[in-house]
Ligand binder design. Structure first.
Ligand code: NAD
Ligand code: UD1
Length: 328
């Protein structure tokens, strides 16, 4: 009974592997190291005292994947592998459609061929588009967001159709809100490539003096202080959500939001970072970022009721753990 974790050396994947190993699952990590480092494998070992098997395989390479499934008895798959930069996806849509769709199709084919019991997929709150918060799982998902968001919406549909035609495979779609934070050990966390697009990695780079100041995109939204509101969730809470989804006996197709259910504004996050970590974050208000919405937060009732999971870690803990990781 082994769990295959694709993208298992990446940000969310590595934290999830830690949770799985700590709960005595046998874990197989697949990652092509496109956006991760091999050292993360030894950090995982250092945290857990346990080993996961590792395969440097590209999930778009069907034949290599097939060999892996032939040789290992995989009962569940958690599929994190994919590209995730929204801006890049607009400029290089085919790169995104190829990687994110082909990897998912390959895994779905092999899940059926090798009688896998459950496939858990990393989706995103981005599929809700510019709808109104709190987002609930029954809301219709948007037709057009950006190529990255489209890959998530299309993969959701592919997996729903796969389940409909193959009812022995149970499928769980997890829609993450805004994952931030790092493992308490300071050993694993998010390592952004190049100039970060997302708020938290940008804040940490400003705090470290790598960037001069934070540009806050818009202070004229209808929110508590005019800045955008998001549902930031600690990556360790998110990782535990995967464990709960894996353990759940509920078969069929299941969709869950993984968030905290609480919104935090950009300014609130920046101020908390400064207070908790005792550092200064110079910032300036600039125009809204195209494509942004004012408010995004989750309705988390379903995951609480059906998975018996809810987030526990505070915004203070998120910024504290990020800063520890950065200074490790
Ligand atoms: P990440 O880039 O840190 O991790 C993804 C991992 O997949 C990396 O280690 C990368 O090397 C690997 N990878 C990519 N393409 C691959 C391929 N073809 N074959 C094998 N390995 C491949 O990203 P993350 O933040 O950990 O996100 C994990 C998943 O969650 C992604 O699917 C992402 O779209 C989704 N997601 C992330 C966020 C977020 O804010 N981080 C939000 C919503 C959804
Ligand atoms: C982004 C992605 C979304 C993805 C989500 C989770 C876009 C348009 N959307 O959403 O697809 O699912 O991350 O990772 O990129 N902000 C600033 N200054 C900055 C960076 C961000 O003010 O330098 C603000 C934004 O305007 C927003 C908030 O901070 O109000 C959060 O931004 P970000 O971290 O990029 O996440 P999302 O916009 O929610």
């Amino acid at each position: 009974m082994k769990v295959l974790v694709t993208g298992g050396l990446g940000y969310i994947g590595s934290h999830t592997v830690v949770e799985l190993l700590e709960h005595n699952y046998e874990v197989i990590i697949l990652d092509n190291l496109y956006n991760s480092r091999i050292e993360t494998l030894s950090k995982i070992k250092e945290i857990t005292g346990k080993n996961a098997s590792f395969y440097n395989i590209d999930a778009t390479d069907f034949d290599s994947l097939n060999e892996l499934f032939k040789n290992e008895e995989i009962s569940s798959i958690i599929h994190f592998a994919g590209y995730k930069a929204v801006g890049e996806s607009v400029n290089f849509p085919l790169k995104y459609y190829s990687n994110n769709l082909i990897s998912t199709i390959n895994l779905a084919k092999l899940a059926i061929k090798y009688n896998v019991i459950k496939l858990i997929f990393s989706s995103s709150a981005t599929v809700y588009g510019d709808g109104e918060s709190p987002f609930t799982e029954i809301m219709p998902i948007l037709e057009r967001t950006n190529p990255y968001g489209e890959t998530k919406a299309i993969c959701e549909r592919i997996l729903i159709d796969t389940y409909t035609a193959n009812k022995n495979l149970s499928v769980t779609l997890l829609r993450y809100f805004n994952p931030v934070g790092a493992h308490e050990s300071g050993l694993i966390g998010e390592v952004p490539n190049g100039i970060p697009n997302n708020l938290m990695p940008y804040i940490t780079q400003v705090a470290k003096g790598i960037r001069e100041k934070l540009l806050i995109y818009g202070n004229d939204y209808e929110t508590v202080d005019g800045t955008g509101v998001r549902d930031y969730i600690h990556v360790v809470d998110l990782a535990k959500g995967h464990l709960s989804a894996l353990k759940s006996n509920k078969g069929g197709i299941n969709i869950y939001n993984l968030g905290t259910g609480k919104g935090t504004s950009v300014l609130e996050l920046v101020k908390t970072f400064m207070n908790v970590n005792n550092v200064n974050i110079p910032y300036e208000f600039v125009d809204r970022r195209p494509g942004d919405i004012a408010i995004s937060y989750a309705d988390v009732t379903k995951a609480k009721e059906e998975l018996n999971w809810e987030s526990k870690l505070s915004i203070e803990k998120m910024v504290e753990d990020v800063w520890r990781f950065e200074n490790q």
